[in-house]
Design a protein around this ligand. Sequence first.
Ligand code: ADP
Length: 257
Amino acid sequence: MDPIIRIDHVSFSYGEASARALDDVTLSVSPGDFLGIIGPSGAGKTTLASAMSGAIPHHYTGPFFGNVLVDGKDTCAVTLTDISQIVGSVLQDIDTQMVASVVEDEMLFGLENFGVPHSQIEERVIDALETVGIADLRDRTITSLSGGQKQKVAIASILALNPRVLVLDEPTAELDPASSVTVFDLLSRYAREHGTTVVVVEQKIALLSQYADMLVVVDEGRIRFADAPAQVLEHSDELKAIGVNCPRSTTLMNRLR
Ligand code: ADP
């Protein structure tokens, strides 16, 4: 099967004078895969996610080398609107993503912008809110929501658009451990049912390892490991050296070995 995302020797800097935020990155993501991106702060995780969502090179400009193909389309050769028909992204800074003042309007904005037929809109809104478990927030103003509730609204708004690829940048940053598990559960169930490819940037490696088919470890703009979670976790000493702390039990297991 052709990859849904293909990144081929990509390097990128935020402006001529900046160091490389991505440095010769090559990676393929198969349709339906659940990919987790981890790494220390400043490693290039968000930059990698932005290259997949088309924010790079369309929103952030700078020296860009190599190719990113999304469903076979070169992201440099098509518009951001074209890419967003395939890739739905939930940014780390939720407040910059929200455009409306009420939850329902936020969802309608995306659906209407995408030209979804009016006859389908109500069903899509209800389905997405229920999938994320926030049907009760539909009429709330966004400013009255907690950070975690806003994250869920942002996820529901994107799910309503039914993208083939979901890119989420730290979707559980504002959530407690139990709610983080709920979000990962719903994302993986949704992805299985819809055949959606999911890419998640996440700090919590133990959580990510339970859901991801593949973990990509980024450090200083380069990919250090890209493999199944169990294989990546075997490198706990190297991970620790770059600032990624593995679950205790894995560290212990590797030591015992
Ligand atoms: P991570 O998501 O792993 O924390 P980022 O992708 O945000 O890392 O950042 C990678 C590098 O790019 C860092 O050195 C960071 O300072 C730089 N960077 C990120 N965003 C910008 C930006 N908008 N302008 C300039 N430099 C940036």
